[in-house]
Design a protein around this ligand. Structure first.
Ligand SMILES: [Zn+2]
Length: 503
C-alpha cells in the first residue's frame, strides 16, 4: 500500500516533465494542445489533490519486538490524522486520510464512517454535544458529497467507482467537533472516539446507536496522529509518541499505534509515573495540581503491573509497547473506569478504593477482550464484559488470595446476576443501564465461571489463549469462544451456550 502511494506521486512528477518537453515541439497544434494541458495541470489543485499522504509511519514502534510484524496485516485500515486543539473556541479541527482495503468479498459502492462524538447523551449524562461534522471529502482524489445517517452518528461516502474486492481506496476529509474540558477544568482533555472511524461491515454497514456508555464497534486500525496543543501540555494515548516539536506557544506531538480498536488520547498539564513490566511501559498520567495524590498513582501503577502479568500468563502476550492510564478526579460522587485500546481512563471518587483495585484489573482484562479481540458490543455485549469482569476475579485470586477473590465473586458477579431479571441479550434490548449492568456484568461473569467449572482450569485457560490467538485484532462471536473451549477440552458446549444465551 505504501509503495503504491509513492508510485502515484512519482508518476505525477514524470508526467509534468514529459508535458514540458512536448510544449517545446515546433508543431503549433500540438503546442497549443500541450500548453492547454500544461495550464490545466498547473491550475491550483483542489484541496487534497496533491500527492498521496505517506501512509508509511513507524507503526512498529508501538509494538514490542516480537509483534512488530503485526502492523503489516493487509486488512488493517490506516488512519493519518492531523488534529488541532483550539481551546479558545472550544473546537477540535482535523484532517483525516484513511486508506482501506475492501475486505467484504464483493464490490463496494460506498464507505460509512461513524461520528461517535454525535451519539446522544448517554445513560450517565455524558456526551451529546460533540457536534462533529465532516467536509471537503475526496475519494481517490475525486470530490464526493457525504450523506448523514443514523441521526448524524454516521456519514455515507459514495465511491466514484465501485471498489473491487481486495482493492484499496483513499478517503480524505476535514472534520471538526466541539470539545468540553473535563469537570470544570480548562486544561485537561480526554479525546475518546473523537476521530471519525470506519463502521463495521456485516453484510451492510452497521450504524447502531445506543445511550449505553460503550458504543464503539470497530475493526482494528493503524493510527498516525499529529496533535497540536498548548506547549505546556503533554499528549499521551493509544500507542506511543515518536516525535514532539515546539513552535511558539504550541507543540505538535506525533503519535503512532499498532492495530487498535480506536485511538484515545489525553491532553493536559500531566505528570506521569512509569514502570517497565516485562518490556511494556505502564504509564499513569495525573494532573500536576496533585488532586490525585502521587501515592494513588503509584498504587494504580502497581496494580496495573500485577493485572498485566496475570492476564499475560492466562490469555497470552500483550503485544503493544505501552499501556497508559489517565487518572482524574471524578467530581460527581461516583467512580468510573473506561477502556480503550492501550489506554484506560479512571475517574476516582475517593482516592484509591476497593473499586479502583477491581476496576484496574477489569480494564486491563479489556485490553484482551475488546481491545485485541473485538466483539459485537451491540449483539453480544456480555462477551467482552463477562470476560473482563471475570478477569478481576482471576487477578484477585492470584494477588490477593482466595478469600478476597470469593468476596469479589460473590458481591460483583453472583449477587449482581441474582438481581438480574434478564438473560444475556443484545445491548439495546435492556430497558435501563442498571438492568444491562446486572445481566451483562453479573450473568456474563457467571457464564464465564460456569464454562471454567465445566471444562476445568487447564482447558479453560488454554481455550481462552486459543480464542485470543485466533481472533486477535479481529471481531469474535460467541461461537468462536465456544469452539476454542471445545477444542481445548474435547467437550461439546453447544447446550451450555444455548442455556445461557437463551437460544
Ligand atoms: Zn468493562
Amino acid at each position: 500500500m505504501v509503495a503504491a502511494s509513492a508510485l502515484c506521486y512519482n508518476g505525477a512528477v514524470l508526467l509534468s516533465v514529459s508535458l514540458v518537453r512536448l510544449v517545446m515541439m515546433k508543431c503549433s497544434v500540438i503546442r497549443s494542445l500541450c500548453a492547454l494541458l500544461l495550464l490545466l495541470f498547473l491550475l491550483p489543485a483542489p484541496a487534497y489533490a496533491g500527492p498521496a499522504v505517506p501512509f508509511a509511519a513507524p507503526y512498529a514502534d508501538a509494538m514490542r519486538p516480537p509483534f512488530q510484524g503485526d502492523v503489516e496485516r493487509p486488512d488493517l485500515p490506516h488512519y493519518a490524522v492531523h488534529l488541532d486543539v483550539d481551546m479558545a473556541r472550544g473546537e477540535l479541527r482535523g484532517t483525516l486520510d484513511l486508506l482501506f482495503r475492501n475486505m467484504t468479498g464483493g464490490p463496494l459502492r460506498n464507505a460509512v464512517l461513524r461520528l461517535y462524538a454525535n451519539f446522544p447523551r448517554d445513560a450517565f449524562g455524558d456526551g451529546g454535544d460533540g457536534a462533529a461534522t465532516v467536509a471537503d471529502v475526496f475519494i481517490d482524489g475525486q470530490p464526493v458529497q457525504p450523506r448523514s445517517l443514523a441521526q448524524h452518528t454516521a456519514v455515507e461516502l459514495p465511491f466514484p467507482h465501485a471498489l473491487a474486492p481486495g482493492g484499496d481506496t483513499h478517503i480524505q476529509l476535514r472534520w471538526s467537533a466541539h470539545i468540553a474540558p473535563l469537570h470544570g477544568t480548562d486544561d485537561t482533555l480526554v479525546l475518546t472516539s473523537a476521530i471519525p472511524q470506519l463502521a463495521v461491515w456485516d453484510g451492510g454497514w452497521r450504524t447502531d446507536m445506543t445511550v449505553l456508555p460503550d458504543h464503539v464497534y470497530a475493526v482494528s486500525g493503524l493510527y498516525h496522529v499529529f496533535v497540536s496543543a498548548p506547549a505546556e501540555w503533554l499528549a499521551a494515548g493509544s500507542g506511543v509518541e515518536v516525535a514532539r516539536t515546539i513552535q511558539g506557544p504550541s507543540a505538535t506531538s506525533e503519535l503512532v499505534s499498532g492495530p487498535v480498536r480506536e485511538f484515545a488520547l489525553a491532553l493536559g498539564r500531566f505528570q506521569r509515573l512509569e514502570a517497565d513490566a516485562d518490556g511494556i511501559t505502564v504509564r499513569v498520567l495525573s494532573r500536576r495540581d496533585g488532586r490525585v495524590p502521587e501515592e494513588v498513582a503509584r498504587k494504580i501503577l502497581a496494580r496495573a503491573t500485577q493485572a498485566l502479568a496475570t492476564a499475560t500468563a492466562r490469555y497470552g502476550p500483550y503485544p503493544y509497547r505501552a499501556l497508559t492510564f489517565c487518572v482524574l478526579e471524578a467530581g460527581r460522587g461516583s467512580s468510573d473506569a473506561r477502556e480503550y485500546s492501550g489506554f484506560i481512563l479512571l475517574l476516582l471518587d475517593h482516592g484509591y478504593s476497593a473499586t479502583t483495585h477491581e476496576d484496574v484489573a477489569h480494564e486491563v482484562g479489556h485490553q484482551w477482550f475488546y481491545g485485541m479481540v473485538g466483539n459485537d458490543i451491540y449483539r453480544d455485549p456480555w462477551l467482552d464484559e463477562g470476560l473482563a469482569q471475570y478477569t478481576t476475579f482471576v487477578v484477585i485470586q492470584q494477588w490477593d488470595g482466595a478469600a478476597a477473590a470469593n468476596a469479589y465473586f460473590s458481591a460483583e458477579i453472583a449477587e449482581l446476576a441474582a438481581r438480574s431479571r434478564y438473560s444475556l441479550r443484545p445491548a439495546n434490548s435492556y430497558p435501563s443501564w442498571s438492568s444491562y449492568y446486572a445481566s451483562v456484568y453479573g450473568r456474563g461473569g457467571m457464564f464465564v465461571a460456569a464454562l471454567r467449572a465445566q471444562v476445568g482450569d487447564e482447558a479453560f485457560f488454554a481455550g481462552l489463549r486459543q480464542y485470543v490467538e485466533h481472533s486477535h485484532y479481529g471481531i469474535a462471536h460467541p461461537d468462536d469462544l465456544r469452539q476454542a473451549l471445545e477444542a481445548a477440552s474435547g467437550q461439546q458446549l453447544s447446550k451450555l451456550f444455548a442455556q445461557w444465551l437463551g437460544m
